[in-house]
Design a protein around this ligand. Structure first.
Ligand code: RIB
Length: 315
């Protein structure tokens, strides 16, 4: 990994979606209609969520991506700008609608998500060029898979070549990742489902997550972190592995918990925290986010994260 002189910028190359969120007592089965209890339209998208997570924690954050020239695009840009994210790298694309995500959240906070990429699906070389022009050695780059894979890989390669730390969230999962992707990524952070699909290991507990994380390291990433929700996270590097327990909180909405984790991880590492401390910090950011409904709306301020961490250390 690269060193992180301060101040550095956390760049986010990825998606912006409008989230169409239904609250329901339970998630529907295929073919079933059920009655929901609430509906909200809130800013989301894995990329934009990670940007808001990082900026709320005090980092300098810049976003590159695309929205449509429609009723959802401007509120998404407004949400990022209000949070303090530099949005000069986000294009308004007249050729496609803004991305949307249809989300169902049940009473235990679990969710299902269907994303229709819209303008996110048109991210390409021109967007990579805008990103590359902004990168400086020592910066960090947050990637996800809600924009086309060739652009993600080009961004990762360019960032790596410039001494930028690359943190990739392989969500939604893909089974067709080329070897060059793993070599360009410093830190890969799949959840349980994504880790299973990427490695063929049936990830169901800490030992199987450790096996999957080691497998990803063998494929070329420097650090693999498998996010396990209320089981915490498992971390593997070339020479060690460890488990970070989840912070015990009551979840009301787990949407974007993984985005909160990645934003927190990037901030912690850019501030020079050691890996163990950074993963614990990221876990606290994710824990704080699941206590509040919404994606960007749930990203915590630093003071909430600090309070959770103090409580955790006294357990
Ligand atoms: O990770 C949560 C996000 O996934 C939501 O905000 C939704 O937009 C989808 O991209």
């Amino acid at each position: 990994m690269t060193s992180h002189p301060s101040p550095s910028t956390i760049h986010v190359f990825g998606s912006l979606n409008m989230d169409l969120i239904c609250r329901t007592p339970r998630l529907p089965q295929p073919g079933e209609t059920i009655l929901g209890t609430d509906f909200k339209t809130l800013p989301g998208g894995k990329g934009a969520n990670q940007a808001v997570a990082a900026v709320r924690l005090g980092a300098a954050v810049a976003m590159v991506g695309r929205v449509g020239d429609d009723a959802f695009g401007q509120p998404l840009l407004g949400s990022l700008q209000t949070a303090g994210v530099n949005i000069s790298g986000v294009e308004v694309d007249a050729e496609a609608p803004t991305g949307v995500a249809a989300i169902a959240v049940d009473d235990s906070g679990h969710n299902t998500i269907v994303v229709v990429p819209g303008a996110n699906g048109r991210v390409s070389d021109a967007d990579v060029d805008r990103l590359v022009a902004r990168l400086l050695p020592g910066d960090s780059l947050l990637l996800q898979f809600e924009v086309p894979l060739p652009a993600v890989i080009a961004a990762a390669n360019a960032a790596k070549a410039q001494g930028v730390t690359v943190i990739a969230d392989p969500a939604p999962a893909r089974a067709d990742l080329p070897a060059e992707f793993f070599k360009a990524v410093d830190i890969l952070t799949p959840n349980q489902v994504e880790a299973s699909q990427m490695t063929g290991v049936d990830v169901s507990d800490i030992p199987s997550a450790t096996k999957a994380a080691r497998h990803l390291v063998q494929r070329g990433v420097a650090i693999a972190i498998v996010k396990l929700g209320n089981l915490g996270a498992v971390v593997a590097t070339q020479d060690r592995s460890f488990h970070q327990p989840a912070l015990p909180v009551k979840a009301v909405d787990t949407v974007a918990a993984g985005d909160a984790f990645n934003g927190g991880l990037a901030v912690a590492l850019s501030e020079g925290m050691a890996l163990e401390e950074a993963v614990q910090f990221a876990s606290a950011v994710a824990a704080a986010s699941v206590m509040v409904p919404g994606a960007q709306a749930s990203m915590p301020e630093r003071s909430r994260v600090a309070a959770l961490l103090i409580g955790f250390k006294h357990l």
